[in-house]
Structures are given as structure tokens and as C-alpha cells.
Design a binder for this molecule. Structure first.
Ligand code: CP
Length: 301
């Protein structure tokens, strides 16, 4: 496809090809003129630090021109629609769009109306998908644990219900043959829409952590939450916050991941986030490499 909207239909071959290419980029093997003369735009209708800046750097490192659109300082504030915004930036000759939007399906809807030859990458839509986060998490896991996931156990903890990261990660983990996927959180934050098919689901955090090779923590997404889904942040931390003492239940060489931004002291303690088992900044570094691979695959040649 000329767009990357989700990982739901991505084959194992496609994911592995992108991860191999991203690993080469992570090792510094790339052509700085691969996207010479191509204009790409980061079209963000929701805030971002990591995704936006790493796409910007990825595009620049491949020689593309990068336009940065920020809804809060744009004519969106005068009522211009997302589609008109896209059409106008397309008219300037822009071929690639990296789009984040608060509504589920908004990026796919824009892609359906884009002109022939325009490529869209979903940089996060609502609760639905964040495919490049899924890819960078898989790259980080491969580097830490090897390419064969079949003998591994991973625990995903927290607010799965509101998380597009969780949905893309779970799709990629299944496609790449993860041995066991445990999902744990309060019942109010676990979806019942098929997202957790094939996962071992529990509300017992200690049982979820027992012997796992990787712990994927999720941000408590208070901006997408109705009132009352969690009783208090203190209670949430007590029941589902990852502390160093709790992490001891996982394998001794287990890695800890978090997509960022973190609620420090809520879903994860400083000691774990900044500790020796944390892959959190490695994930960020891999975000640049994965986004280079995606932009190259969609836009080169
Ligand atoms: N992980 C992630 O998507 O971070 P940002 O919202 O800062 O881009």
C-alpha cells in the first residue's frame, strides 16, 4: 500500500523487512539523498514530542524537505477542516504526510481522499493505531531479546482500553509469533472489543509479571478517560504501578518498555524508568530508525 495506517493487515514478511531496514538505519547505514527533493509534512492535530520530532529527523536524514504543521498555530483555529488543510499542503507539492488526529479512523479518511501519489503515515489516531510505535517497540525487543519471539513471554500492563500503542503492539507481537502475551490492568481499562484475543488476561499484576522477558507499561490516558474509571492515582500506583520490588518477579534479564510520555510515580517509578532494565530511551532512538525505514519504503523511487 502507499499508506501506513495500521499494523492490522501487515504480514510477518513486511514487518520483518521494515525491521531489518530499520536496524541498518540504526547502525548508520543510509543514503542521505534517498528522498532528495521530496517534501513531507508532519500534520499533527494532537500534541506530540517523540513521534513528531523523530519523523522530522528521519525525513531530514534521508534528504527530504520537512514542513511542520501544528494545528494550534494554524488556520485550523479559524475553522479550516483537516481535509482542506491536507489538500492545501498537497497543492504545494508535498508527497508525504505524517498525520496524528484525536478521532479513530481520521487518518484513513484523509488517505481515502488524498491524491494519487500522496502517501500518509498514521502517527496515531484516537485509540485505534500507532503503527510506527508498534514497529519501534518490535525493533527494541529484537535488539534486546533476538529475532525469534516464539520462546518469549511479554506482559503489557495498564490502560489498554484507551491505547493506540497497545493495539499496534499487540497486532505486531501476534504477527511476529510472540510465545505468550499477558495483559493486565483494572477491568475498567481492559477492552472487550477483540483487542485482547489470544492474550492471557489477568487483573493480578504479580501473576502477570511472573518470569516474563519483557514488561510493556502503558500510560494512563486521562485525556481519553471518562470520570471514575480509576479510583485514584494512589490506588492505581499501588495496584498497577511498576516498582523495582515488583519488577523482581519478572526474569532477571527482563526489559522494561514505555512508549512515553510517562506519568512518573503513577504507572512507573523513577527507579524503574531510569534503571538498568529500562529500554525507554532506546525505544526513542529506534523511533528515528523505524521512521526512516517507513518513509523510504513509501516514498523512495
Ligand atoms: N510515544 C508517543 O507517541 O509519544 P508522543 O505522543 O510524544 O509522540
Amino acid at each position: 500500500s502507499r499508506h501506513l495506517l495500521s499494523l492490522a493487515d501487515a504480514s510477518r514478511e513486511m514487518l520483518e523487512a521494515l525491521l531489518i531496514r530499520a536496524q541498518a538505519f540504526a547502525e548508520g547505514h543510509y543514503d542521505r539523498r534517498a528522498l532528495d527533493g521530496i517534501a513531507v509534512c508532519t500534520l499533527f492535530f494532537e500534541p506530540s514530542t517523540r513521534t513528531r520530532l523523530s519523523f522530522q529527523l528521519a525525513a531530514q536524514q534521508l534528504g527530504a524537505h520537512v514542513l511542520n504543521f501544528d494545528a494550534s498555530t494554524s488556520s485550523t483555529s479559524k475553522g479550516e477542516t483537516a481535509l482542506d488543510t491536507l489538500k492545501n499542503i498537497e497543492a504545494m507539492g508535498t508527497r508525504g504526510f505524517i498525520v496524528r488526529h484525536r478521532e479513530d479512523g481520521a487518518v484513513a479518511a484523509l488517505a481515502a481522499q488524498a491524491r494519487e501519489g500522496t502517501c500518509l503515515v498514521n502517527a496515531g489516531d484516537g485509540r485505534s493505531a500507532h503503527p510506527t510505535q508498534g514497529l519501534l517497540d518490535m525493533l527494541s525487543l529484537r535488539q534486546a531479546k533476538g529475532r525469534d519471539f516464539s520462546g518469549l513471554r511479554v506482559a503489557m500492563i495498564g490502560d489498554v482500553k484507551h491505547s493506540r500503542v497497545a493495539r499496534s503492539d499487540l497486532q505486531a507481537l501476534r504477527t511476529l509469533g510472540m510465545g505468550e502475551i499477558r495483559v493486565c490492568g483494572p477491568a475498567s481499562l481492559l477492552p472487550d472489543d477483540g483487542t485482547l484475543d489470544g492474550c492471557t488476561v489477568t487483573q493480578d499484576f504479580d501473576a502477570a509479571l511472573d518470569g516474563v522477558d519483557a514488561v510493556m507499561m502503558l500510560r494512563l490516558q486521562r485525556e481519553r478517560m471518562e470520570e471514575g474509571l480509576v479510583s485514584s492515582l494512589q490506588d492505581y500506583h499501588r495496584d498497577y504501578g511498576l516498582s523495582a520490588a515488583r519488577l523482581k518477579r519478572a526474569a532477571a534479564d527482563a526489559v522494561v518498555m514505555h512508549p512515553g510520555p510517562m506519568n512518573r510515580g503513577v504507572e512507573i517509578t523513577d527507579e524503574v524508568a531510569d534503571g538498568p532494565q529500562s529500554l525507554i530511551l532506546t525505544q526513542v532512538a529506534n523511533g528515528v530508525a523505524v521512521r526512516m525505514a517507513v518513509l523510504e519504503a513509501l516514498l523512495k523511487g
